[in-house]
Ligand binder design. Structure first.
Ligand code: ATP
Length: 437
């Protein structure tokens, strides 16, 4: 409390929030008054209100018992409630879909660096003191008499004005090395810079093996969040500059070729979603593939394990690596002539890998090769949905003994359909008969 007392209270306008949210926050403030509780808006939304950036992720924190208060709000509004006792937090989902998170103000102590902390209840000031950076360590009170009162014990506003990312204390990165990645994420997102001491502490923490101690899922979360930023290329350069890529794999290099591929990802994704409307591309995964696009399959496999990627993610990322080059070479020269040849080359690659093909080509010389590739990808996407009219059952009816040759014949038949050699069911039958004889 002491640090706060001398501070003249400043009021932040919440009018930038949508009316629905604003009204709800006022009502929540009154509800807290009735119960004699203090409730605050905290973290990213406060920072973004001050930055005049849109962010409607409402994180609330309540002194003493956030979960009891969350239950009260849920009852009052008929909202769905999920409680996470271990973190003293609850998530409310209102009937119209609006979500808010309510936490209990808490203090965290780190028994061991890089592991999850022990949590104890605390005042709002202590709660702010456990946060990562000054710009994220501000709160706005919601109780009606104090609605909009800003709590800024660490100079968050000053740092917002100075466009600075600053930790609250020396041991911050040691306590929680995920903050290393968070620092870079915010620095690049806002175009801020790391304050001098913070940069030194970060570099120091990065030079130890602290990040190695982070669990796979925690490291994955940070990396994918970073790659989900609007323009991750700069953040990736920063990771490389601070020698942080080695924590994904010590042989992962940010060579000029990789950099060109990474830089071309936005254009590749844009082309893809324009051309194949309705398709969904996992962008962070494309970036991860671009980043490892010159690496051997063994390096990619180790990186996948280190990040504890899900089976689905692993499959996508695993189909990248330098294997892509061999196929890309064939796809961008005049050598292949039949559409079925391109089909067979591309079959089995995830959409993310196909976008990577494009990014790689965009990053190289473009010209004829790029146009060929785009044409072949377009044809492939159309051909991918093509099916033969005949099935195994038809082959059986035609007197063919079931066995592995079914697969071969149906593949040949599909190739013929793709190449437009056969177009009707009668032609398919004739094709099979001819092939058999
Ligand atoms: P974003 O805009 O990316 O969602 P955010 O600031 O809202 O950013 P969250 O990860 O949602 O980030 O976290 C909410 C708040 O919780 C942060 O603003 C910060 O105060 C605190 N916080 C989150 N992660 C950490 C951490 N690793 N260490 C300390 N405080 C953290």
């Amino acid at each position: 409390m002491s640090g706060m007392k001398n501070q003249a209270s400043q009021v932040v306008s919440l009018n930038r929030l949508p009316v629905r949210q604003l009204r709800l926050l006022k009502q929540i403030g009154r509800l807290a008054d009735e119960r004699g509780m203090s409730v605050y808006l905290v973290g990213g939304v406060v920072r973004d209100l001050l930055l005049k950036r849109e962010n409607w992720d409402l994180d609330l924190t309540v002194e003493k018992d956030g979960i009891a208060f969350a239950k009260l709000v849920a009852d009052r509004y008929g909202a769905g409630l999920a409680v996470f006792e271990r973190f003293a937090t609850a998530r409310l989902v209102f009937p119209d879909g609006l979500k808010i998170d309510i936490a209990t103000t808490r203090r965290e102590s780190y028994a061991q660096p890089a592991l999850l902390p022990t949590v104890r209840l605390a005042s709002i000031e202590e709660d702010l003191s456990r946060r990562d950076f000054t710009i994220n360590a501000m709160a706005v009170q919601l109780n009606s008499g104090q609605f909009g009162r800003l709590l800024d014990p660490y100079g968050g506003q000053r740092d917002l004005r100075a466009r600075t990312i600053r930790v609250l204390h020396k041991g911050s990165f040691q306590d929680d090395p995920t903050r290393i990645f968070r620092a870079i994420r915010f620095e690049q997102r806002f175009g801020f810079h790391l304050e001098r001491t913070t940069l030194r502490l970060l570099a120091q923490a990065a030079s130890t093996n602290l990040i190695q101690q982070l669990s796979g899922p925690r490291l994955q979360n940070e990396i994918l969040l970073l790659l989900a930023e609007r323009d991750p290329a700069r953040a990736i350069s920063r990771l490389a500059q601070l020698k942080l890529l080695r924590f994904l794999h010590n042989r992962l290099g940010y060579t000029p070729t990789v950099k060109r591929t990474v830089t071309a990802v936005p254009e590749a994704v844009a082309w893809w979603v324009r051309r194949f409307q309705g398709s969904v591309i996992d962008r962070p995964i494309v970036y991860l593939m671009a980043l490892s696009s010159e690496s051997s399959p063994a390096v990619v496999a180790t990186m996948i394990r280190r990040l504890s990627l899900s089976r689905e993610q692993a499959k996508r990322v695993g189909s990248g690596g330098c294997r892509v080059d061999r196929v890309l070479k064939k796809l961008t020269d005049q050598g292949i002539v039949r559409p079925s040849q391109a089909y067979r080359l591309l079959e089995g690659f995830s959409d993310e890998a196909l976008v990577l093909f494009l990014a790689k080509q965009l990053g190289r010389q473009q010209g004829v090769g790029l146009r060929l590739l785009q044409r072949r990808l377009t044809a492939y996407m159309k051909n991918r949905t093509m099916k033969t009219s005949l099935t195994g059952r038809d082959l059986q009816a035609m007197g063919l003994q079931p066995g592995p040759q079914y697969k071969t014949i149906l593949e040949k038949l599909l190739d013929a359909c793709i190449d437009g050699v056969v177009t009707t069911e009668a032609e398919e039958r004739a094709f099979v008969r001819k092939w058999l004889s």
